[in-house]
Every structure is written in C-alpha cells, then in structure tokens.
Design a protein around this ligand. Structure first.
Ligand SMILES: Cc1cc2nc3c(=O)[nH]c(=O)nc-3n(C[C@H](O)[C@H](O)[C@H](O)COP(=O)(O)OP(=O)(O)OC[C@H]3O[C@@H](n4cnc5c(N)ncnc54)[C@H](O)[C@@H]3O)c2cc1C
Length: 1003
C-alpha cells in the first residue's frame, strides 16, 4: 500500500454504513431535487456544453480565462473564433452561429462573452470588497448561513504586491468587524457548544503575503510571511475576528503549518483561540500532518480549528510530480481521498477537546459520515460546522442548515481579473468527471450510489495497483526507456540537510592540488591554474596542473593509442561505462552540486540541475548509442548493414557555465560513439572537470579513452584544434572562439588524412515576446528567471524582452518590482537567486555594457549589489533602446535585460528575428492563432511558449541553435550522436547459384 494507509475493505465508516446512508438520504430528501444556481444560469449552460466534450471544455475554459484581459470587441471576437471555431461539437446552434459571425459583428461576441463572464463572476465572487459584500452577508445570515471571506488574487510577484495584499486584509478585518458589531445574533451560526464564536471569519492565502518563496529557504519564507501575517492576527484578535489559513499547493504546505504553529506560540497570540488551518485529505501524508497538529495542540493544551478539505490542486500536483519525476503527493483514486477524508474527520471529532472541527465539503456522503461519527461520539450539532464555497451546492447548504447545523459560506471578494484562476478552478470542480457535484446535480446518479462507502472502492483501487506493480510514482516510472533524472526537491528538509553537509564537506577540500590525467596516469606540471570562488575571490577552490603543448602532444598520443581498442569495444560495453558514470554522479550529486556552488557561483538549484543534466546525458547517450547501433536492411539475397563507426580523436572544449553537464554531454557522446577524447574544460571550472574525470575512471573507462587536459584555450585549445590527428572538435562557448574553431577545422593540414568535423554551440541574444493578452502573473516570474537566473550567464538566457503595447506598462512595472526583490548574495546561502558572475573579466565586461546601455537607452532599473568582495552585478533593465543598438544585438552574458515596446506582433517578430543569433526564444500569449504563428516564425533552435526560455531537459528539449548560435546540432537530442560518427554501409550479396539464406528482415 502506498502512502497513507486508508483503511481496510470497510473503512473508518464501514460498520456505520447503514446510518450514514440514512443520514445521507435525509439530506437528499431535504434538498428535494433542487439544483444549485450554478447549474441553471449562463454558467450552467457553459458547463453543460463543456461536459459534452473534453476538448471543447478545455477551449471554453481557456477562452473564459483570457476574456477579462481583452479590451476591445475585435479582440474578443478573434479569440472566440480561435478558441471555439475548431471545436464545435457540443455547442448549441445559436452559440455556433455567434462564433461564426463574430468576426463580422464583434460587438455581439463581446457583449455575449462579457455578460457570461460577469454572471459567472457574480456566481462565485460575492462582491468587489468587504463593504460591498455586507448586504449579501446580511441576507445569508437570515438563511442562516455564516461566512468566511477571502480576498482574490493569489501569487504575489513582488513585495510591493504582497504588501498591498496585506493592507487589503487589514482593511477587511476592520470593515467587517465594525459592521458585524451591529448585527443581531443568530444562535445557530454565532455560537458553538461552548458559547459565542466570531461572526467575522477571514481566510488568508499565504502565497499572497510574500513574493520570494524559495524551496531551499523555508526559513526566509516563514520569517517574511510571519512578519506580514502577525499584524493580521493581532488585529483579528483585537477585533474578535477569526482567521483561517488556506492551504495551497504542496510547495507551501510545510511552511504554512510551521507559520501557524510558530505564530500561535508567540506571547501576543498564545491565548488567541480563533485561528484555524486547512488540511487537505487528498494528500497521502495528511494523516501524519493531522497527528502532528494534534500533538502540538495537546502539548500546548490549546484548541485549534482544522478545516478539513479534500484539496483543490489535484491536477496541478499530479502534473507537476509527473513532469519532475517526483513521488505523487496526492492519492490517485478519488475514492481514496474520500475514504481518507472520513478517516481524518473521525480522528478530528475524537479529539474535539483540542480540535474545533470544520468540515469543508459539498459531498453529501462525506457530510453524512461526519454527522454520524459525531453522533456516535455524542457530540452536539453545534460542536462542529460545515463549510462550502459561495455559488456552489446551495441545496446541500440549506439542507444542512435546515437540520440545525452551522454552515459557513466561503465568500471570495475582489475583481474579476485577479480572480480568474479561482473562477476557472470552480468551473473545473463543478464539471469534474470525478466530482460529487456533477454526479449529483448533472448526471443525477441515484442517492444510494452516491452514498456508497468510499473505502470499498479505495480498497479495490489499492488491490488493482498492487496487481499492476505500480510504484509510488503512480506507474509512470518505466525503466525500459530513458527517464530524466528528477531534480532535488529542496522543500524536503532532508535534502536541504544533505546539501548543507555537502557544502561543509567540499569546503574541507579547498586548496587541494589536482593533476592532469593522460593515458590513465597523473601528470603534474610546473604551471598551475588557480580556481577561485567568484563570490570570495580570495578563496582558492583548487590548484590544477596546467597543460601546455607538450602535454597536449602526450594526450594526443595517449588518445591515439587507445583508439583501436576502444573503437572496437562493443557498443554495449561502452554504454555500460556511461551508465556506471551516471550512477556515480547520482550518488555524489550533492557534493558535485556543492562544488559548483563554490567554483562557479551557482545557486543550489542551478548546481543541482546541472548535475541532474549530466546524469541524463550519460543515460540518454548510452540508450541512443544502443538504438543507433542496431541498423540493418535486407532484401532476399542481399544484406546491407548501415552502421556507424567512430571518427577518431575528439577534442572537447567546454565552458564553465554548465561546468558538469556540457562537459559531460560532449565527452560521453564522443566516447560512447567509440572515439577517444581529449577533454579541455574551462579554466574557471577545472576542479569540477577533474571530479568528472575521476568519475569516468571509477566507472571503468579504460586508460587513454578520455584524457583530462585543462590549459589556456589560446595555447592548448588552438594547438589541438589545428592538429592533423584530431578528427572532431566539440565546442561550446563564445561566438568568437567558435567561429575560429570552425574556420581552423576547415583547413586541411599536411599529413591530415580526413576532413575534420566541428560541432559548435555558440551564443544567443534571446528574445521573448509578450502578447497583449498574455497572463502577466505567469509571464513576470518566467521573465525574471530567464533573464537573471544564474546571473544571466546561460547561452539560453533572455536578454531582449519585447512587449506588445497594451501590456507594456503593466509588465514593465511588475517586472521592475519583481527584479527589485530577487535575493542576491553568496550562492551557498539557500534561497540565493543571484550570485556572482564568474570572474573579474566578466565583471568588467558586463559593467562596460551597463555603461554603454546608459548611453544607448534609459536605465529603468538597477538592483542593489550585495556587500562583499565577490564579482556581484545586480539585475539591470534598460528601456527606450533601439533594436539596432549594440546592447540590443551583442551577447552580454550577464544580468542585463533590454525591454522594447512593439506596436503589433509583426513588429515584435521582426525585432526578435533581427539578430544574427537563433538560439532560444519565447512567447507568452493566450491567442491560439498568434501562438501558431510564433511557433512557425520565431527564429530560434528552441522556442518556448508560455514558459521561461531556460532549463532545457535532455531528450524532452534537445538543445541548440542555428544562424550564428551554432551548427544546428541538438545536444540531448536523437540526432546528436550522429555528429560523432561516420556512416558506413556494407552490402553483401548472399546469393550463391540462386540460393540465399532465409530473409532476416529489417531491424
Ligand atoms: C470552505 C472551503 C474552503 C476551502 N479551502 C481550500 C483550501 O484552503 N485549499 C484547497 O486546496 N482547497 C480548498 N477548498 C476546495 C476544496 O478542496 C474543494 O472544494 C473540494 O476538494 C471539493 O471536495 P468535495 O468534497 O466538495 O467534492 P468531491 O467531488 O467529493 O471531491 C472532489 C475532490 O476529490 C479529490 N479528487 C478528485 N479526483 C481525484 C482522484 N483521481 N484521486 C484522488 N482524489 C481526487 C480532489 O481533492 C477534488 O477536489 C475549500 C473548499 C471549501 C468548501
């Protein structure tokens, strides 16, 4: 059984099934066949259509999502066409007609669509603010329904926004407390079994209170969120208001629990009884969370409120875990969630002395189970409450209120634009195939079926999984095929501890000496490369032997000597060396990432991602070589073997910015193909490169197959590139050096018997276009990370942001605020986003560009430089720059971003394509038509839509560009190894005197 144990065949409620069914039937009887409003009005019709066909549902909800950002009838009509023109099955004739004529009568489409969204907003959103909500609250109290109020708008992208959100909450507390003081008491909702309870109940989402939540640094999040939440709790305490913390995605779960406990333990809040927290029953570890909360409440001898919910982010959590290869945090079967809900509900009720129970569900079965468990424990009706969302399941609310229970309506207030993600979540919830609401009110499933014990179905699902040998990854791990190495999940405390330990361990090695490795032997030289910590240039990471021409000749000799045997070593054996290397990298990943932190100034997450990518290269190229090796064609009487042979000696010249991944990728590609390799790493990252060499040796690579030869590029690199015995050069680095290599490789030298092949990956001047209808909440964090992550020192980094005019001011304003709050500092500190640039030369060069930018444009923003001796450069943003200016055309390789305002997409594309580079490019838009156009027309080797433009993953995003960005090879792609091989065909006539062996067939 995976994750939390739910129950046996009959679950927490098994023996109580008849009573639960009876209570459930009573609720259904009271509902008397009524439907919630949401299933009746325009929203209901929209949901009706969407439930007829999944693709239509997707398109409809996406159209609804983008609508509030569209500010002209023409734009609305165009989007209606683009979203709905192609998926018509399920739409009624008048709507179809409307979509078809919308280009001719845009005002009609705009009127209908705006009316629809306004009504939807009225369905789920109570009002624009607390004061405007008061008349509706008064009405609700007459039913009687209590309320909890939440302010729409979730993730804050800057501290300015987080501060504004806090201010709105303070205002809400004040306004509602003042109003509520005059309301006549309604016993059913204003009292529990112990006496009066607050009339004003407020729900808070913590992600809105801090913009820089970083998985590696929960302490910073706890501190900063607490600083904003504390005044809310103190104000609530003073005004007798209840505060409940909502629970969001798992990224925030531990932080939320910790803040709740720590703040309530503070002297000013220790005796404040009106605070609660949500607990999500769809989480596999929710039972443990409940026990921890309970243990804490007992230890404090206090009573807390727990709002038990199932959880609203099921799809998101499932998709994210699948994309990242992380264990699934949520149950995969709805019945498991339902059964767990009942189990947790019972446990909460049993501990009612410490837990004030709030059951948030619209599901009659779940509610009936809570009621019966409470009755069995002899608890009065007033000792717990039900909570439901505004605009949903009104008949259930009224039935329970009619039975004398306290029912609380969760009422969001705010504007439609920030509320869209909330609205879409509600639409999805109401139309979910698995959901209770759709089954009850739309599909009219008989009550008896809806009231079945979920534990039985959960048990069946569990058996089914065991039969299929699924694992904790929900059956997605398929060892037969390549799988990306999961990134380390730093929100897990143990991973953070391992990283801290690794940083400590790596420190003890500082200053060590490292030899060259030639032909399997260590070679020491007189000269040495001093590799330093760019965050503290006085700190020496290692002293590495420095190769000159003599050592380069020795390496050529060793590689030449090893070639005959290695080139004939079986593909299987070569592939296994790579896989063993991948395994060693995996075992040592924390230490390697820690070394990157010190030697190349990579923040934790960047260092970890680089190691994961190196592991991917080992495994991917091993599997690719096996695939390529098996290639044979046959016709009767003739066999042709189309196979590949290695080219010879390869020189690998690697950069420092992905010190392990790129070095490892080029080297393993060359060696698994049967070439022998001279590996020349960048001087700045030569200690990491030595570690990689050491890994290869331990993985069983024979002597001489790879030779480790750090040395000055101009001397050793140039000598090797020109050498007639070298067959292949794999280079990643600057355009200047790359072009020199490309040219040199083309010159045939005396004694040279072959044409050299050059694989050159060079720079970029990458653009991202932001459309008028783009989701700015999503775009801003992606821009910030793409432009300033690893200090902009990625060839994929964003340096030209082109914003269409309607969105320009909004994007620029939010971008500057978001950049202002980036945490800059020493990369070994968890949570640092911007560390130092690599060395003094880079530092001076980037600052020169900043000075140039001040002449060529307007300095819109320059961040603070952290104190200390490191090579720190703050994020810099320029506007009013000509697309032809030098800072708009030349690769800077630092945290410098130019922002342009384009009148339309034609202009944006012309600017984006207007450089000599074509590496990465991005587009944020919610117009399907524009997205298709950009997919086709943006000149970049890697085009990213609605996401950041860095972070390519092996196999999923083969990486590399064209034009002056490179030779069009794709690292981590299916064609890549072919560049390290020569194709060859052997054809044999199998026919002898008219007889031939039986046809073997193609492989
Ligand atoms: C007052 C209130 C406050 C809320 N606050 C929060 C909050 O802070 N955080 C939050 O996340 N949600 C919150 N919600 C939303 C809540 O999680 C959903 O409304 C709720 O999950 C719907 O559950 P149900 O019992 O009404 O419906 P049901 O239809 O019985 O259950 C639907 C739920 O089942 C789960 N589920 C669906 N498919 C699967 C599957 N294949 N495998 C496993 N489980 C599945 C999901 O959790 C889904 O939401 C709140 C809801 C209310 C009423």
């Amino acid at each position: 059984m995976m994750g939390g144990q739910i129950s046996g065949k009959s679950g927490a409620s098994g023996s109580l099934q008849p009573e639960i069914e009876a209570r459930g039937l009573e609720i259904f009887a009271r509902m008397n066949g009524q439907k919630p409003g949401v299933f009746r009005n325009i929203t209901g019709r929209l949901m009706d259509w969407s439930m007829r066909n999944e693709p239509l549902k997707m398109q409809l909800f996406r159209f609804v999502d983008v609508l509030p950002t569209l500010n002209s009838p023409g734009e609305i009509a165009r989007h209606a066409q683009e979203y709905l023109g192609g998926v018509t099955a399920g739409l009624p004739a008048p709507v179809l007609w409307g979509v078809r004529v919308s280009p001719k009568m845009p005002w009609l489409a705009a009127f209908a669509a705006r009316k629809g969204v306004a009504q939807m907003a009225r369905t789920f959103i109570l009002a624009r603010n607390g004061i405007e909500a008061v008349p509706a609250l008064r009405k609700m109290r007459r039913l009687p329904l209590a309320f909890t109020m939440d302010i729409l708008g979730e993730t804050a992208v800057s501290e300015l926004e987080a501060g504004q959100y806090q201010a709105r909450y303070l205002e809400l507390i004040e306004d509602l407390a003042r109003e509520a003081a005059n309301w006549p008491a309604v016993k059913q909702i204003d009292c529990d079994e112990r006496g009066d309870i607050p009339r004003v109940n407020i729900s808070v989402k913590l992600s809105a209170l801090y913009s820089q939540i970083h998985p590696a640094d929960p302490e910073a999040a706890i501190e900063r969120i607490s600083a904003r939440l504390r005044p809310l709790l103190l104000a609530a305490r003073q005004r007798g208001v209840f505060i409940n913390l909502d629970m969001e995605s798992t990224a925030l779960k531990d932080v939320t629990f910790e803040i709740f406990k720590r703040l309530l333990d503070e002297p000013g809040l220790r005796d404040y009884p009106h605070a609660g927290i949500a607990l999500q029953a769809y989480l596999r570890d929710s039972e443990r969370e409940l026990e921890e909360l309970l243990g804490w409440a007992k230890s404090q001898n206090r009573r807390i409120t727990i709002r038990l919910i199932k959880g609203a982010y099921w799809d998101y959590e499932t998709l994210l875990a699948r994309q990242r290869g992380w264990p699934l945090p949520v149950f995969q079967n709805k019945a498991e969630t339902d059964a767990n809900y009942e189990k947790l509900a019972r446990r909460m009720l049993e501990n009612q002395r410490f837990i004030n129970c709030a059951f948030a569900t619209h599901n009659v079965r779940s509610a009936a189970a809570c009621i019966v468990h409470a009755e069995k424990l002899g608890l009065p009706r007033s000792s717990f409450e039900f909570q439901m969302l505004h605009g949903m399941a009104e008949p259930v609310k009224l039935a329970l209120a009619g039975m004398g229970y306290r029912v609380r309506d969760y009422c969001p207030v705010g504007e439609v634009l920030p509320g869209m993600s909330y609205l879409v979540r509600r639409l999805l919830e109401n139309t979910s195939n698995e959901g209770f609401l759709r089954a009850t009110f739309k599909e009219l499933v008989p009550p008896e079926a809806l009231l079945r014990d979920p534990a039985e179905a959960a048990h069946a699902a569990d058996n089914d999984r065991e039969r299929h040998h699924d694992n904790e990854y929900g059956g997605i791990m398929d060892r037969e095929h390549f799988q990306n190495e999961p990134l380390t999940d730093f929100k897990i405390a143990d991973n953070r501890r391992r990283m801290q330990d690794a940083l400590q361990a790596v420190r003890t090695e500082f200053g060590r000496k490292y030899p060259l490795v030639i032909g399997g032997g260590e070679v020491w030289t007189e000269g040495e490369i001093t590799s330093i910590n760019p965050a503290r240039p006085g700190e020496v990471i290692g002293r590495v032997a420095k190769a000159g021409r003599a050592e380069a000749d020795a390496a050529l000799h060793a590689a030449g000597a090893a070639f005959p045997k290695w080139s004939r070593t079986s593909v299987e054996e070569r592939a296994r060396v790579l896989e063993r290397a991948g395994e060693l990298l995996r075992r040592e990943r924390f230490e390697l990432a820690a070394l990157e932190v010190f030697e190349t100034g990579k923040p934790w997450i960047e260092g970890d991602a680089d190691v994961a990518e190196a592991i991917d290269f080992c495994n991917f190229y091993a599997s690719e070589m096996r695939r390529i090796a098996a290639c044979r064609y046959a016709v009767p009487g003739e066999t042709s073997i189309h196979h590949y042979i290695p080219r010879g000696i390869a020189v690998v010249i690697a950069p420092w910015n992905f010190p392990l991944a790129i070095l490892c990728g080029m080297t393993t590609a060359a060696m698994v193909a049967g070439n022998t390799v001279i590996m020349k790493p960048a001087e700045q990252s030569s200690v990491i490169a030595w570690r990689f060499m050491n890994v290869l040796q331990r993985a069983g690579m024979p002597a001489g197959v790879v030779n480790y030869l750090p040395g000055p590029g101009e001397e050793v690199g140039a000598w090797l590139v020109e050498h007639p015995e070298v067959s292949l050069i794999a280079f990643t680095g600057s355009r200047k050096v790359g072009l020199g290599i490309f040219e040199a490789a083309g010159r045939v030298k005396p004694r040279q018997k072959h044409l050299k092949h050059a694989v050159c990956e060079m720079g970029g001047k990458n653009a991202m276009i932001i459309d008028n209808d783009a989701d700015v909440d999503e775009a801003v964090p992606a821009i910030v990370y793409s432009a300033f992550g690893y200090q902009g020192q990625k060839c994929s980094a964003l340096s030209r942001l082109i914003v269409l005019k309607d969105n320009y001011d909004r994007v620029l304003e939010r971008l500057i605020e978001a950049a202002r709050d980036l945490k800059a500092g020493r990369p070994e500190e968890p949570g640092t986003v911007m560390g130092p640039v690599i060395d003094r030369a880079a530092y001076d060069r980037i600052l020169d560009y900043v000075e140039l930018g001040k002449q060529e444009g307007r300095l819109a923003f320059q961040g603070q430089v952290p104190e200390g001796e490191g090579y720190f450069i703050p994020p810099v943003i320029f506007t009013d720059v000509s697309p032809l200016a030098r800072i708009a055309r030349e690769e800077i390789f630092g945290p410098v971003l130019c922002v342009f305002k384009a009148q339309n997409l034609d202009e944006a594309l012309a600017w984006a394509n207007g450089t000599e580079y074509a590496l990465t490019g991005g587009f944020f838009s919610r117009s399907p038509g524009n997205i298709e156009r950009v997919k086709a027309e943006l000149e970049a080797g890697n085009v990213y839509i609605n996401r950041g433009i860095t972070g390519a993953m092996v196999a999923r995003h083969p990486f590399g560009g064209f034009k002056m960005s490179g030779t069009g090879t794709k690292a981590g792609g299916r064609d890549y190894l072919l560049h390290f091989l020569l194709p060859r065909v052997v054809t044999e006539n199998d026919m002898r005197r008219g007889f031939a062996p039986e046809e073997a067939g193609d492989e």
